[in-house]
Write a protein that binds this ligand. Structure first.
Ligand SMILES: Nc1ncnc2c1ncn2[C@@H]1O[C@H](COP(=O)(O)OP(=O)(O)OP(=O)(O)O)[C@@H](O)[C@H]1O
Ligand SMILES: [Mg+2]
Length: 176
């Protein structure tokens, strides 16, 4: 089950960090960003299953169409999901019950690139969604996911800058 969706500078979504539960209704006026919000999940799915060029190319020929107000040169998307019990048995450490996947995509010499790509496993424990007790990159899971789109897992420590930005997003009301 998806437990959080985040977007920073993606199309009309300037800064969104939305916790998710079992049931949600998405309501808003026309052009308020409902479809764009749903496309965060679809985009990340396309990215993982088909790769960067496909995910971007299916949406636009101009990368800047995907940045907030078509002004920026990058955007960030993140998703957090609870791992199914039957899949947890495949992890090196089955205590992890939550996976977070986040990417920053940007332009470099007019080419669309991954600026960051992070896959993290977390244990939420008994304190409810978002109460992260521990988080480490899991090389086995990361390689399984990334190999589907022919990329190699590079173990890395999450940059403090990105972690701070996410903490900031979570402390603020969603802004569209
Ligand atoms: N790069 C961008 N920066 C800012 N706004 C954008 C960008 N790309 C598209 N938009 C605008 O985002 C708005 C939201 O569109 P979206 O389709 O997500 O709304 P919606 O709530 O699904 O509308 P509807 O109810 O008509 O389906 C549109 O007005 C669109 O012009
Ligand atoms: Mg719509």
């Amino acid at each position: 089950m998806i437990t959080r969706v985040e977007a920073l500078g993606f199309r009309c979504l300037r800064r969104v960090s939305q916790p998710m539960d079992g049931f949600h209704v998405l309501i808003g006026p026309n052009a308020s960003g409902k479809t764009t919000f749903l496309d965060v999940v679809a985009f990340l799915g396309d990215l993982v299953s088909g790769g960067l060029e496909k995910a971007v190319g299916e949406r636009t020929a101009n990368f800047q169409d995907l940045t907030w107000r078509r002004e920026g040169e990058r955007f960030e998307l993140a998703i957090e999901a609870r791992i199914l019990v039957e899949l947890r048995g495949r992890l090196e450490n089955p205590a992890f019950d939550t996976v977070q996947y986040e990417v920053t995509l940007g332009l470099e010499s007019r080419e669309v690139r991954f600026e960051t790509e992070t896959l993290t496993l977390c244990t939420t424990g008994s304190r409810g969604p978002g109460a992260s007790l521990s988080a480490v990159p899991d090389p086995v899971v990361a390689q399984q996911i990334l190999s589907r789109c022919h990329r190699r897992f590079e173990p890395s420590v999450k940059s403090p800058c990105l972690a701070n930005k996410r903490a900031l997003m979570r402390s603020q009301v969603p802004v569209m």
